[in-house]
Write a protein of this length. Structure first.
Length: 65
């Protein structure tokens, strides 16, 4: 296996495990801002300051979101 093929398979594996089927929504803890409040507050720990959290929709519940 070439180095290229190895990297490609690793990317595919990462996608299958961590990307495929996952959706993002605004973080519930900070309401999508990435911070707990507006005044020099620390970054939100729930989403690490990204303002987004990932979730995997349960089958059959996707339309309910
Ligand atoms: Zn957050």
């Amino acid at each position: 296996m070439t180095a290229y093929q190895k990297r490609k398979s690793q990317r595919t594996e990462h996608y299958e495990k961590h990307v495929k089927g996952w959706k993002q929504r605004p973080c519930a803890a900070c309401n999508g801002s990435g911070y707990y409040d507006h005044n020099n507050s620390p970054r939100c720990a729930a989403c690490d300051g990204t303002g987004k959290e990932r979730y995997k929709p349960e089958r059959g519940c996707i339309d309910a979101i």
